[in-house]
Design a protein around this ligand. Structure first.
Ligand SMILES: [Zn+2]
Length: 496
């Protein structure tokens, strides 16, 4: 990785981005001309860790540094995700960091988003105060958009870490799945569906009543994937929320397991996640543009998932009812969905049912931001490809959730998402399947299963029973309103 000697080219000149080949590694920034030993206050930057990303640091003044995102491996077009540490600070040292080479111009930084920070003595991620963050077009940087933030280091011995959004690493997922496996729940099965180019695991969870897996049984399948785009970390929290709910003791989860087979591939691009990429795989592919013809050697994880889906499609006993691919959105607020456009009006309308039901269950989900399209640019996405392949009883969606915030009824301002709020959206997605199947009258009562009466009105109904609730009950106040999405820019560009 790019180990630099003393920085001599300080100044505002942006070098060509392609000279950024790797992450900075314990890189000490000295003032120009300084030749002594490092002193306290000579900041040391590092991004050589899992999901780390920082390609270059330029000293501007004692108080100001230009930071360059390392582009995705083998694809310099994408520069959004950053995640790095800073140490060797002086107490009360004030700095301005400018992130100068974003590949996008529109950003939620315009709407108050701020980078995340934590430190060794305060290990919980927090957002910086929005008032310390500036996003603007900068003449010094070829009129590129620059995000600057002011920060005051307060503890000399702390290592500080800054990131674009809450990280969720490959290792974290592996620990989560290992713990799930240790519980030996009869209705959860973890399989290795394949390996990535760098030999990381492509995991597949199957969550269902084992009776549903008996040979010859008719199978209703809901298939869920996440993290095809590695920098979209909120997708992993949503996906974990779905899994947490489905494996729980909640009576709704039990009914769902009795009737449905949930297949979940929580990380479609483990190499990209590990490497700290934003959008691409190790070899620089946007995997969500290769569904039509994935190669077993260049896109092995996608190839593996597609094989499995096609196999299910060809099995007359299996009905693939839903395919949902989870993403995060860099310019929109709230959770929302993309669906397909179909010629038959009836199929098109039926497709709107699930997002409508989800909107009733989740305060942060916006139906009015949900849209249906057939842009040519999205042709290689899982949603579009499978929407074309599967028959008219299947629904394919992209579930998007904002990198930043949601607007709820009763509130005028955006509420920043927390890890817990992302997971809660996942739990709400999971329980919405029950509403859907109840509406569809297709739940079968199995022996020893009672279908509880689920109140669909949010105002009168706690989402989960008290033994299950993961977080503090902050999410059910206020009433839903569509105005939240009015504040969204209707920018659906370059997503999913
Ligand atoms: Zn995406």
């Amino acid at each position: 990785m790019a180990e630099r000697s003393k920085n001599t080219d300080s100044g505002n000149e942006i070098g060509s981005e392609d000279i950024i080949a790797g992450n900075v590694s314990k890189y000490t920034v000295f003032p120009p001309g300084y030749s002594g030993l490092a002193k306290k206050g000579h900041l040391i930057f590092d991004a050589c860790f899992e999901s780390g990303n920082l390609g270059r640091v330029d000293y501007i003044t004692e108080f100001e540094y230009d930071l360059f995102i390392r582009p995705d491996t083998c694809n310099p077009r994408f520069r959004v995700w950053f995640n790095f540490t800073v140490e060797n600070v002086k107490e009360s040292q004030r700095v301005i960091f400018n992130i100068v080479n974003f590949s996008k111009t529109k950003s939620l930084y315009r709407d108050g988003m701020a980078p995340m920070v934590k430190s060794t003595s305060r290990p919980k991620w927090q957002r910086l105060p929005a008032k310390n963050v500036y996003y603007y077009r900068c003449p010094d940087h070829r009129k590129n958009y620059v995000m600057s933030f002011a920060f005051c280091f307060d503890r000399e011995d702390d290592i500080y870490q800054f990131a674009y959004c809450y990280p969720y690493t490959y290792t974290r997922l592996q620990h989560y799945l290992d713990n799930l496996e240790k519980k030996k729940m009869e209705y959860v099965c973890r399989e290795l569906l394949g390996l990535s180019v760098q030999q990381r695991r492509l995991d597949l969870l199957t969550i269902t009543n084992p009776l549903n897996l008996k040979s010859g049984a008719d199978q209703k399948v809901v298939f869920i994937t996440a993290r095809v785009h590695p920098g979209e970390t909120p997708a992993s929290f949503v996906c974990q929320g779905i899994i947490d709910f489905l494996v729980s003791l909640h009576p709704v989860a039990k009914v769902l397991r009795d009737n449905i087979i949930f297949k979940i591939a929580p990380m479609l691009n483990p190499d990209g996640v590990y490497l700290g990429n934003y959008r691409c795989s190790l070899m620089g592919f946007d995997l969500n543009r290769h569904w039509q013809d994935p190669s077993p050697w260049a896109h092995p994880t996608l190839y593996g998932v597609k094989q499995l889906i096609v196999e299910m499609y060809n099995n007359p006993k299996t009905s693939l009812e839903f395919y949902i691919d989870i993403h995060a959105h860099s310019t929109m607020m709230n959770g929302f969905m993309y669906g397909n456009i179909f010629e038959e009006e009836e199929r098109f309308q039926r497709q709107a049912i699930f997002p409508k039901l989800l909107c009733q269950n989740a305060d942060d989900f916006s139906f009015s931001s949900t849209s249906f399209n057939r842009d040519a640019v999205k042709a290689g996405t899982g949603r579009r490809f499978l929407g074309g392949l599967l028959d008219d009883s299947s629904y394919c969606y992209t579930l998007e959730v904002s990198f930043y915030s949601y607007i709820m009824g009763g509130a005028n301002s955006a509420i920043p998402y927390t890890e817990e709020a992302y997971m809660k959206l996942g739990r709400n997605v999971a329980r919405t399947f029950l509403d859907y199947y109840k509406l569809n009258n297709s739940l079968v009562e199995k022996p020893l299963t009672t279908i509880p009466s689920i109140r669909t009105s949010r105002e009168t109904s706690p989402a989960f029973n008290p033994t299950y609730h993961l977080g503090s009950g902050n999410a059910y106040e206020g009433s839903r309103a569509e105005r939240r999405s009015m504040l969204n820019s209707r920018d659906h560009s370059n997503s999913s």
